[in-house]
Design a protein around this ligand. Structure first.
Ligand SMILES: [Fe+2]
Length: 189
């Protein structure tokens, strides 16, 4: 057997080399793919829900801060202070919600255009002109209740996906917003 033929025979009998492991799927920024035990479909579904929740929460935050600035009348001191407590707590929570969306691998909405498009709470411009504290409180009851309804939807989606941190976050937000709605409602009774 010629040397060339024996080399060819050797090459044929050799075990095929194992295919190299598929490279980790990289995202546009070169970061490794996300593998936290939740499917990408479920992560997307929960993130979409959280984007709606963040938009509701931001709209309610802004409305509460607006009323802190513009409230007038005999209830001024009580409501000015009460609204400040509420919007400060809400402002801090926005960060947690947005960062949960990022941890799930998606971008958080962060512009007025996105918040307006995604929010279920209507903007009611012009209220500052009337500055009726009862109307302000009524709108905040409605807003807090809307945030609760959105939180319940996200909680259900996250629960079905086994996404405990999102379930925990939505449970905390429900606790706060249901309590706030009760306190505000009580002012009108
Ligand atoms: Fe202030």
């Amino acid at each position: 057997m010629s040397k060339k033929k024996s080399i060819e025979k050797l090459a044929k009998s050799a075990k095929p080399e194992k295919a190299p492991k598929a490279p980790i799927k990289a995202h546009a920024d070169g970061a490794p793919g996300i593998n936290i035990g939740i499917s990408s479909g479920d992560r997307r579904k929960t993130s979409d829900g959280l984007a709606h929740f963040l938009s509701d929460a931001f709209t309610l935050y802004l409305k509460t801060h607006n009323f802190h600035w513009n409230v007038t009348g005999p209830m001024f001191n009580a409501l000015h202070t009460m609204f400040e407590t509420q919007y400060t707590e809400q402002w801090n929570a926005l960060d947690e919600i947005a960062e949960r969306i990022r941890a799930l691998g998606f971008n958080a909405p962060g512009s007025y255009a996105e918040f307006t498009r995604l929010s279920s709470i209507a903007e009611e411009p012009g209220l500052a002109d009337t500055a009726d504290w009862r109307e302000m409180v009524r709108q905040l009851v409605v807003g807090n209740e809307a945030v609760c309804r959105t939180a319940r939807k996200v909680l259900k989606t996250a629960d079905e996906a086994g996404d405990d941190p999102t379930v925990d976050l939505m449970t905390q937000r429900l606790n706060i917003h249901e309590k706030t709605a009760w306190m505000l409602r009580s002012l009108l009774q």
